[in-house]
Design a protein around this ligand. Structure first.
Ligand code: COA
Length: 373
């Protein structure tokens, strides 16, 4: 009988949460009891962020006030603009966001008045501004006005990126994707953010911890890595040959598999429909068909299903978003989940400090420097 792989805290219940539940019976995801399918279909990202951070769905007055509030928090302080200008043009946008969030923590530090709720809203509202201020400054020397008239974070991002009001389908698709990326229980970056919060550190430190942890290809970086994979093929048949070869060489196929889900990732089904819709709108199904073939081969050869990152890649490309901004979009959304977890951790805190099994050398007598080999 095959033995189960050890390590990585797999199957360990590391704490309690009331924010989301993931993967019951191998599938399913809900945020505070509301299914991801209903949220992605019916809600706006701002509504979802409010649900996660403030613990209830906003009524219509609360939602319009919340959107107005976020709209008013998009401007960057001059000190932060200066810092973004100093970062190199070839920096990875994840480095830019990590630095931007950290700098904002020094410019607008957490206090009893400027508390975790206000900071969550400020970061949600201004992270697209940070990213695209830096992007435009280095691409064309423009000091971007980061206030737009678009009232959604998705629309604001696309408008800042492209310099014109977004196509409504793109705005809706990006909004749905932000909802899907917002929260995912004790994933690596959220757990890391909770560890930081558990030491009584500030909320900006917890969010920068989250950004650093999200960046890797096994976590949030997978959407950029999946795009690179799909881009390597010009047709479905080429993709089939390429993936079979990669599997033969025991390579990881980015955007597939999941620690918690065993049957399917419910978020993938939703973003796949968006990827198809966007392909049809553009009358360009090449990326979608290559992606579908990769999905078929992965199921046939490895019984592995796509996770959220896989079809997000083609969906974002079809919205005209550069690949290096894919993982930063994940950050913009996940700030809501990270801060919700920081708030939850703080409400019933005990420092997170597990034990390790020692596998090092037995105690040995001290060696003075001339006794050492
Ligand atoms: N491509 C190829 N093989 C994969 C794979 C993938 N994407 N994901 C898992 N496998 C294989 C593993 O190599 C392992 O095989 P082995 O038992 O022969 O070593 C087996 O499936 C079980 O996977 P395991 O390593 O136990 O998974 P994990 O729970 O430790 O890791 C992920 C989960 C998500 C990190 C892993 O599936 C992965 O690396 N996926 C690609 C990166 C990605 O898309 N990340 C985003 C996650 S939302």
């Amino acid at each position: 009988m095959a033995t189960k792989k050890q390590g990585g805290l797999a199957d360990v219940i590391a704490g309690q949460t009331a924010i989301s539940t993931v993967g019951k019976q191998g599938k399913g995801l809900s945020y505070r009891g509301y299914s991801i399918d209903d949220l992605a279909r019916e809600a706006a990202f701002e509504e979802t962020a409010f649900l996660l951070i403030y613990g209830k769905l906003p009524n219509s007055t609360e939602l319009s006030q919340y959107k107005k509030k976020l709209h008013g928090l998009r401007k960057l302080p001059a000190g932060l603009q200066l810092i973004l200008e100093q970062l190199p043009a070839n920096a990875h946008p994840m480095d830019v966001l990590r630095t931007g969030v950290s700098a904002l923590g020094a410019l607008e530090p957490e206090t009893d008045e400027h508390n975790h709720y206000l900071i969550a809203d400020r970061l949600l509202a201004s992270s697209a501004s940070m990213l695209l201020y830096w992007n435009h400054f280095h691409a064309s020397g423009i000091r971007l006005d980061t206030e737009t008239d678009n009232d959604s974070i998705a629309g604001h991002f696309l408008q800042l990126l492209h310099g014109h009001p977004p196509d409504p389908l793109h705005e809706k698709g990006l909004d749905a994707s932000l909802i899907l990326y917002a929260e995912h229980e004790f994933n690596a970056s959220t757990f890391a953010a909770r560890v930081t919060a558990s030491t009584l550190s500030d909320v900006y430190s917890a969010v920068t911890t989250g950004i650093g942890t999200l960046r890797g290809n096994l976590h949030g970086g997978a959407n950029e890595a999946a795009m690179a994979l799909i881009d390597a093929f010009t047709s479905p048949s080429e993709a089939e040959i390429g993936i079979l070869q990669m599997l033969q060489h025991k390579k990881l196929i980015m955007g597939f598999g999941h620690r918690v889900y065993s049957v399917r990732d419910p978020r993938s089904d939703i973003i796949k429909i968006w990827s198809k819709k966007l392909s049809e709108e553009k009358n360009d199904s090449r990326l979608y068909l290559i992606s579908e073939r990769i999905e078929q081969i992965m199921m046939q050869e490895k019984k592995l299903f796509p996770n959220l990152d896989f079809y997000s890649a083609s969906a974002y490309r079809l919205m005209g978003i550069p690949t290096s901004l894919f993982t930063p979009i994940f950050v913009i959304s996940r700030i809501s989940g990270w801060v919700a977890h920081v708030i939850e951790q703080r409400a019933n805190n005990r420092i997170i400090r597990p034990n390790a099994e020692y596998v090092g050398p037995e105690p040995s007598p001290w060696l003075s420097i001339d006794q050492r080999s």
